[in-house]
Design a protein around this ligand. Structure first.
Ligand SMILES: *[C@@H]1O[C@H](CO)[C@@H](O)[C@H](O)[C@H]1NC(C)=O
Ligand SMILES: *[C@@H]1O[C@H](CO)[C@@H](O)[C@H](O)[C@H]1NC(C)=O
Ligand SMILES: *[C@@H]1O[C@H](CO)[C@@H](O)[C@H](O)[C@H]1NC(C)=O
Ligand SMILES: *[C@@H]1O[C@H](CO)[C@@H](O)[C@H](O)[C@H]1NC(C)=O
Ligand SMILES: *[C@@H]1O[C@H](CO)[C@@H](O)[C@H](O)[C@H]1NC(C)=O
Ligand SMILES: *[C@@H]1O[C@H](CO)[C@@H](O)[C@H](O)[C@H]1NC(C)=O
Ligand SMILES: *[C@@H]1O[C@H](CO)[C@@H](O)[C@H](O)[C@H]1NC(C)=O
Length: 820
């Protein structure tokens, strides 16, 4: 019996899958085609593989634990085996070779210097090393030095200045061919080091230099809970590297055969790779699109403009969108006395290949140094968080782009006549102040302090005397001073409680993107809508107030008017004018009420929304990207005029929410452009996408999200695209519109809707063009294939509250991608 159990155990042991797999190869050991090497905790597996649709065979490495075979490294990428007769061996001298057993020739070998007792081992990190059999610390060869297209955690992408090894990511030729493709993503050590993507010899995209906090060209790359990253520049090495913060996360950065740099994150619950970030994404990411001294701004049309103080070098070409000549100074430099610098903020730093740097200098030393050399054009700090370090530019400044936020700053040299007077006055003022403050004695300080305290005390008293109904916006005198020029009425919390019956359920109108909305009636009988924002403690109140004030100044007949706000006792409330007809979705998606909006009314609504959006994008001082445009955010006044609501909320509230790191996505699936839903990249073009969805929904009376066609399972956009291509667009029109339709208006609306939902943001029209298209009979371009986000969350479509905010507790949070 015991014998039997023993035999049984042996049998189990022998048949255990992978029991013969080891993580090492010793000299002369042969790994044949059907064998693999597995790291000890089974993170990675190495062996022969054969790409789909290819007859070639390679030695590669993939994740052991992932169901989808994902190759992260290929040894013989440019020397494939043509059949399954390969053998992987370590020679006694410590050279790893791949041999074609039928032909007997060696197709690939590692470049290794001779050692006496070599061992080859696959580490848990995915590094395949050859070491001297004693210490794994300094391997004599490692796969991390010969990366293919994938950057794994811990890999150093960059140059080892001692050994001269240049570790670059190079794309596969195609999905079936791991051979070295055209695109490389690497660290260019010339000047101040920067990450660049090249196609052959041409630069395609600059990830930008490191600014001490992130990469200048990838402003949305920010710390998150999955991984952190660093960039090291020292005399021995220059490299970019990322490390896992969450050790269970599986993420990789890949240069795709198409030249896109993409970060993927494995979602275990869905057994799927999730596209987490992608770069080289919009027109402005194209290297040097606007030429020297030009700046690319994706929110403008055309995207290129000259930096302030510069004009197009060849105006005729500039006008026809040939920006390659760039811009030139309006007044040339003469290196005379009084030359100085103007500051440019929120930009991507220009190409640093011809720059000079010193990481320990102060900004003041930097300015001095630049000033003293006539060929120095611009300078900035190499470490923006510390404001220290120095980069100097000699020659043209190329590949600048204007960022919405989070950009770097740059000081550009100008003759005296062109120095920005305000900026200059400010700096001279601060300098003067510094000089004055120094001689102030302690006595004076004490006196100042007592005056301040007295002032403060009195203020407090005054404040307490005021009725509780009044606002308590600024708890300290500094903030209170700001109230004098406050044009935005502040409502007392009591007033609002009274108006809304203590936020009773009966008064609740619905749930908006950032919290519930209540109807209220003020004492004078005026009706209001109160938005109760989700509570937050980290919110900077002063900043929030300023945002609300600027938003309240936006006035347009197609925007809901913000009447005021209330910030008291942890409550943050926004008070809007009340819209008796509620939102558009209560009409168009309702079988009974849909007839109330006939085609002429719908057409006016579409045009009204377009006008409101254009105002947000272009005509207002703030340039607001709505980010959550949808039918339920379009309210109708008593005359059925559409009014966009919730604009600027993402800006005032969502932005800080992101900093506060709550798990909140701004936006609604079904309306989000694919690049925003998938990668968190938003621009005015993602609003245009949402607008397109709204237009289609208004025409069809169906929700995009939740619409599934009986035959082909397309969503509304896919269905509309299909019908459009077959010339049957009219079949889309909602039944209840009946006789009221104007065929040419309907067809034009569908056509424009499809142009707005095109997959690539650069193909979508701006709102200016949309208005032009609606207002004229000009022929429209053919829409290209629409884009949609496929990775839909499993949520009930009908629950508007939950579709507004996607809470992702243990799945994943894409909030930090929201680009701020
Ligand atoms: C690998 O294994 C498969 C089946 O397990 C077998 O058909 C094939 O001949 C083997 N190939 C080699 C090279 O041993
Ligand atoms: C293989 O080829 C087929 C037909 O050309 C194609 O549909 C499929 O996507 C290819 N598979 C891969 C992985 O490239
Ligand atoms: C990144 O995270 C790892 C693990 O938490 C930590 O050891 C490392 O110091 C971090 N690096 C940076 C640059 O923050
Ligand atoms: C950088 O600047 C510091 C301070 O000005 C100086 O001491 C140092 O030598 C400089 N380093 C280089 C490499 O020029
Ligand atoms: C100015 O800088 C350039 C580039 O570093 C250098 O070649 C030149 O000698 C410098 N001129 C002076 C006067 O320092
Ligand atoms: C940048 O400045 C910050 C703040 O002074 C400092 O903590 C950090 O170490 C600096 N980084 C580098 C690379 O010098
Ligand atoms: C300061 O600004 C005023 C007007 O704003 C201007 O007249 C004056 O020249 C400026 N001073 C300097 C030093 O530029």
């Amino acid at each position: 019996m015991i014998k039997f159990i023993f035999f049984f155990l042996v049998l189990i042991y022998a048949s255990r899958p992978g029991s013969h797999a080891t993580d090492t190869i010793s000299p002369n050991q042969i790994v044949t085609y059907n064998e693999t090497i597995v790291s000890s905790l089974e993170n990675f597996e190495l062996g022969f593989f054969n790409p789909a649709n290819s007859t070639n065979h390679y030695v590669g490495m993939w994740y052991k634990k992932i169901s989808t075979r994902t190759i992260v490294w290929v040894a013989n990428r440019n020397a494939p085996l043509t059949d399954a007769s390969g053998e992987l061996t370590l020679t006694p001298e410590g050279v790893l070779i791949i041999r074609d057993a039928t032909k007997g020739n060696v197709v690939w070998s590692s470049s290794t210097t001779s050692v006496t007792n070599p061992v080859c081992k696959l580490l848990e990190t995915g590094n395949f090393i050859i070491y001297d059999g004693i210490s794994q610390e300094n391997p004599i060869w490692q796969s991390f030095d010969y990366m293919t297209d994938t950057l794994l955690p811990g890999m150093k992408q960059g140059v080892d200045l001692v050994t001269g090894i240049d570790r670059r990511l190079t794309s596969w030729k195609s999905d079936d061919d791991p051979g070295s493709g055209e695109f490389s993503y690497w660290v260019d050590p010339r000047g101040y080091p920067q990450l660049i993507l090249t196609q052959g010899r041409d630069i395609k995209f600059r990830g930008g230099p490191w600014n001490g906090r992130g990469l200048s060209g990838i402003s949305f790359l920010r710390p998150n809970r999955f991984y952190n990253f660093t960039f090291v520049v020292n005399p021995r090495e220059i490299y970019y590297k990322f490390s896992l913060v969450d050790p269970s996360a599986i993420t990789r950065l890949v240069v795709e055969p198409s030249g896109r740099i993409q970060r993927w994150l494995w979602i275990d619950s869905e057994q799927e790779w999730y596209l987490y970030l992608t770069t080289a994404n919009d027109q402005c990411d194209r290297y040097a699109l606007c030429g020297p001294y030009g700046s690319c701004n994706i929110d403008k049309s055309p995207v290129c403009e000259c930096l302030k103080g510069f004009e197009p070098a060849s105006p005729n070409e500039w006008i026809v969108a040939d920006w390659s000549q760039g811009c030139r100074r309006t007044t040339p430099l003469d290196c005379g006395q009084g030359e100085g610098f103007n500051k440019y903020s929120n930009i991507k730093l220009p190409d640093t290949r011809w720059s000079w740097f010193n990481e320990t200098m102060s900004l003041l030393e930097c300015e001095k140094m630049c000033k003293s050399n006539c060929s120095c054009n611009a300078y900035t700090a190499s470490n923006i968080s510390g404001g220290n370090g120095c980069i100097l530019w000699f020659g043209g400044l190329t590949d600048i782009r204007t960022m919405a936020e989070n950009g770097d700053f740059l000081y550009i040299r100008f003759p005296r006549s062109q120095i920005d007077s305000i900026e200059n006055n400010q700096s001279s003022r601060t300098r003067r102040r510094v000089r004055v403050i120094v001689p102030i004695t302690c006595g004076v300080l004490v006196m100042l302090l007592s005056i301040l305290l007295y002032y403060r005390f009195n203020r407090k008293k005054q404040q307490q005397q005021q009725e509780g109904n009044k606002n308590k916006f600024g708890q300290d005198p500094e903030n209170r001073n700001g109230d004098e020029d406050l044009e935005l009425p502040l409502f007392g919390l009591c007033t609002i409680h009274k108006a809304t019956n203590n936020f009773s359920m009966k008064n609740k109108l619905g749930e908006g993107g950032f919290g519930p909305v209540y109807k209220g009636v003020l004492e004078d009988g005026k009706e209001i809508a109160v938005k109760r924002l989700a509570k937050t403690s980290t919110q900077g109140l002063g900043e929030f107030k300023n945002e609300v004030i600027s938003i309240s100044k936006l006035q347009h007949r197609n925007l809901v008017k913000l009447l005021g706000c209330c910030i008291e006792e942890d409550e943050v409330l926004l008070i809007y004018e009340y819209m008796p007809n509620k939102s558009l979705d209560s009409f168009i998606f309702d079988k009974n009420r849909c007839e109330l909006l006939d085609w002429p009314a719908r057409y006016e609504i579409i045009i009204g929304i377009a006008r409101g959006l254009l105002y947000l994008h272009q005509d207002s001082r703030l340039r607001i990207i709505h980010r959550d445009l949808k039918v339920s955010n379009i309210l109708l006044d008593k005359d059925l005029n559409p009014k966009i609501s919730d604009f600027g909320t993402a800006r005032t509230f969502g932005g800080n929410q992101i900093e506060a790191n709550t798990h909140r996505v701004v936006g609604t699936y079904g309306y989000m452009a694919p690049e925003y839903a998938g990668n968190g990249i938003f621009s005015i073009k993602s609003d245009v996408y949402s607008f397109g969805v709204i237009v289609l929904e208004i025409v069809c009376g169906e929700k995009n999200r939740g619409f599934v066609h009986k035959e082909h399972y397309n969503n509304l956009i896919g269905h509309a695209w299909g019908l459009h291509n077959e010339g049957r667009s009219l079949q889309l029109v909602a039944k209840c519109l009946n006789e009221s339709i104007n065929v040419s208006q309907v067809l034009r609306s569908i056509h424009i809707g499809l142009l707005c939902v095109q997959r690539h943001p650069e193909d979508r029209p701006t709102m200016t063009s949309v208005i032009v298209m609606f207002g004229s009979e000009v022929p429209l371009p053919s829409p290209k294939e629409p884009g949609f986000y496929v990775g839909e969350p499993t949520q009930d479509t009908r629950q508007s509250s939950s579709s507004n905010e996607i809470h992702s507790n243990n799945k994943l949070s894409i909030t930090m991608l929201n680009g701020r």
